[in-house]
Design a protein around this ligand. Sequence first.
Ligand code: TXA
Ligand code: MG
Length: 346
Amino acid sequence: MNDITRAAQALRAGELVAFPTETVYGLGADARNPTALAKIFAAKGRPADHPLIVHLPDAAHLAQWAIDIPESAHALAAAFWPGPLTLILKRHPSVPDLVTGGQDTVGVRVPNHPVALALLREFGSGIAAPSANKFGRISPTTAAHVREELGKSGEKNVAMILDGGPCAVGIESTIVDMTSATPRILRPGAISADTLRQRLHVPVHEGYAAQPADHATNSPRVSGSLAAHYAPRTPLQLCALESLPAAIAAALQESQRVAVLAPELSPPLSANQNIIRRVASADFSQYAHDLYATLRELDSAGCDLILVAAPPDNEAWRAVNDRLRRAAAGSGSESNESSEGNEGSK
Ligand code: TXA
Ligand code: MG
């Protein structure tokens, strides 16, 4: 029996399977099975009211998961699936509450990765899958990261980890809420607001930038919208490229070991045994592709501080800047309390 057949059987038996997608690795369960879904929350340490994305084999499955699907959602599905786009739609009454966090909406996407698609076709139904990391931490972009994240507890909770190599995109899907007249981006990703506008010929709101406390508004709860998320344990500081030399000098003066993620500099940084240097790509797709693996590597380098030169502040870099800001906000804590504690802050 091959791995895909075994993995589909494990899902049918109510077990968890970690699998690659083009964005990040997911921790999957049968989206119709509440007992299996509960295992996801236990393995991740994630609050049970945070909704999960349902991954589908193709857009023809939409009608089993959502109702009142607007034409614009069909248009986006046709244009961007399989791909890094999650649509928030009105839930079908049959969707378990653990998937939706008890809300009246459901998030759905068709991932663009041969292993994910083979698994979904073999399973033949929806697979609910958050990123396969502990709640609030850096999302995994390789199978080795998944093993690192879910560690010892993972061994008993996760039946299989399918290895599909490093993820091509490297950051999570764009999430767009299609339940009101004007689509609203809840989480920026590789598919930008401009790309969606061009396809739909209608305005698209960007709701994530100043998303206030979700208990104070009607906005759907998006855990990736917490101020602190995707975070390393080492304190991470974002600084303007111009102030990088001064920030490094200040850190070294406090006799700290510092990790630096910045583009090629001229003059280059002088070699110093207390500086760990990674050159950041000047291309946003490549930067996104490398981001989480680089943060993991720098996090385990035994430094007191990770200094990241802030990338350009424009549309192309929006998703990368979003992840970096949240990584900075949640960094420096051993537990994941800070990410939960920050919930509700902007
Ligand atoms: O790229 C991705 O989206 C990856 C891969 C594995 O597909 N998945 C992922 O899942 O990032 P997760 O659970 O780490 O983040 C999904 C986000 C969460 O912030 C969740 O709150 C939001 O999607 N979400 C899911 N259903 C929702 C809904 N009905 N309304 C609003 N937000 C929703
Ligand atoms: Mg996640």
